[in-house]
Write a protein that binds this ligand. Structure first.
Ligand code: NAD
Length: 336
């Protein structure tokens, strides 16, 4: 088996707990791997770096092209620019892909949810261009470029085609943001008409789209949207299938890919050993698939499905009392 090198970024809060669990589960598949562990977030400052995103961390991802990342804490309303936004912009990780699926053994209001959020990851309101025009008046610029809108639309249609998905729905607010969301729609329509007529194409104004999502998420397939909407809808959709502990994610670019759960650093439960590591483990499965180690990913998937279905070893967010490590141990035991 070829040896892989993976950059591991433990991150802040529950990050070290869930990434350690994911690392143990991935190693238990027999994958031949060298981990290059590097900091980001408040942890980097604590380790003596003068920035939350050390150049060494970015350079390692560029060199090895693949990373498994824990969440990082981002101060509200002040302080440094988000590590995630910087990382996605610096590495041009333009597509965030977040599968949201019902899991056997995780009881929610809905069954048979199986959708994928594809989020544009580099511009929109997350471009970080904010100005104080005069004291008491600030602006935040929403950027949409034809290149980035076309690129993410093409990614979503290609993804849908390869995964045998039937439809793509663009969530937008082009009735208000006629130019920026209008461009996003134009690009998606063009890519659909010219390159992917095989996929059904739909549009929903995002407010009505949110209502439809919570009324019956089983009707949704691939959802395509710009940056902020994708951020918000990811958490909303996580709530439909069991919460943030069960939704994985990837940030994909031409030259590198960073895999991380949708959830944040969860300071309310950090250091207590109770965080659900499943979203991070599932992100690890997405990473293995990306590395063409699908059989190993399948092994993990079968193991966590078995643990969830049994229902004996569940973390608190899923109604159980198991800790982070015990849950990872139960998955590892199922792989033997
Ligand atoms: P959060 O996702 O950290 O937590 C929201 C709620 O979900 C909390 O009650 C938390 O305990 C729970 N939760 C989250 N993950 C869980 C898990 N794996 N198991 C069990 N429960 C879990 O969101 P927040 O509290 O709004 O943000 C905390 C920090 O994380 C902020 O600084 C935010 O900027 C940052 N953040 C980082 C990322 C990232 O690095 N990718 C993503 C989102 C938020």
């Amino acid at each position: 088996m070829a040896k892989h090198t993976i950059v591991l970024i433990p991150g802040d809060g529950i990050g070290p707990e869930v990434t350690t669990a994911a690392k143990r589960v991935i190693e238990a598949t027999g994958l031949s791997v060298d981990w290059v562990t590097l900091p980001a977030g408040a942890t980097a400052l604590e380790q003596g770096f003068d920035t939350v995103l050390p150049e060494r961390t970015v350079a390692a991802i560029k060199a090895h092209k693949i990373a498994l990342k824990g969440p990082v804490t981002t101060p509200v309303g002040k302080g440094f620019k988000s590590v995630n936004v910087q990382l996605r912009q610096k590495l041009n990780l333009y597509a965030a892909v977040r599968p949201v699926r019902s899991l056997a053994g995780v009881k929610t209001r809905y069954e048979d949810v199986d959708m994928v959020i594809v989020r544009e990851n580099t511009e929109g309101l997350y471009s970080g261009i904010e100005n104080e025009i005069v004291p008491g008046v600030v602006t935040s610029l929403k950027v949409a470029s034809e290149v980035a809108c076309t690129r993410i639309a093409r990614y979503a249609f290609k993804y849908a085609t390869e995964r045998h998905r039937k439809s793509i729905t663009v969530f937008h607010k082009a009735n208000i943001m006629k130019l920026s969301d209008g461009l996003f729609l134009d690009c998606a329509r063009r890519v659909h008409a010219a390159e992917f007529p095989n996929i059904e194409y739909k549009e929903l104004i995002i407010d009505a789209g949110c209502m439809k999502l919570v009324q019956d998420p089983t009707k949704m397939d691939v959802l395509l949207m710009e940056n902020l909407y994708g951020d918000l809808l990811s958490d909303l959709c996580a709530g439909l299938v069991g919460g943030l502990g069960v939704v994985p994610g990837s940030n994909i670019g031409e030259d590198a890919a960073v895999f991380e759960a949708v959830h944040g650093s969860a300071p309310d439960i950090a250091g207590k050993g109770v965080a659900n590591p499943l979203a991070c483990i599932m992100s690890g499965v997405m990473m293995l698939n990306h590395m063409h180690e699908e059989a190993l990913g399948e092994k993990i998937k079968n193991a966590y499905n078995a643990v969830l279905s049994e229902g004996k070893t569940l973390t608190r967010d899923l109604g159980g009392s198991a800790g982070t490590d015990a849950f990872a141990d139960a998955i590892i035991a199922k792989m033997k």
